[in-house]
Design a protein around this ligand. Structure first.
Ligand code: ZN
Length: 61
């Protein structure tokens, strides 16, 4: 059973709330999207974009 985060009603896990139809997105039983290296992948992408921009600026100026 899961408790609805909006209205507090208990409903079966994996389903949506029968009262307000809200699905459980983030909760204590759900894995965090920033846990399995996603945050580091985003940081690496940011560094790559920064390096490309730095190279383009260094070449054109
Ligand atoms: Zn609800």
């Amino acid at each position: 059973m899961t408790t609805c985060g909006l209205c507090g009603r208990a409903y079966p896990a994996g389903d949506h709330c029968p009262d307000c139809a809200m699905t459980a997105g983030f909760g204590p039983n759900r894995p965090s999207p920033f846990r399995s290296g996603t945050l580091w992948a985003m940081a690496a992408g940011l560094v790559v974009v920064y390096a490309i921009t730095l190279t383009v600026v260094a070449i054109t100026s």
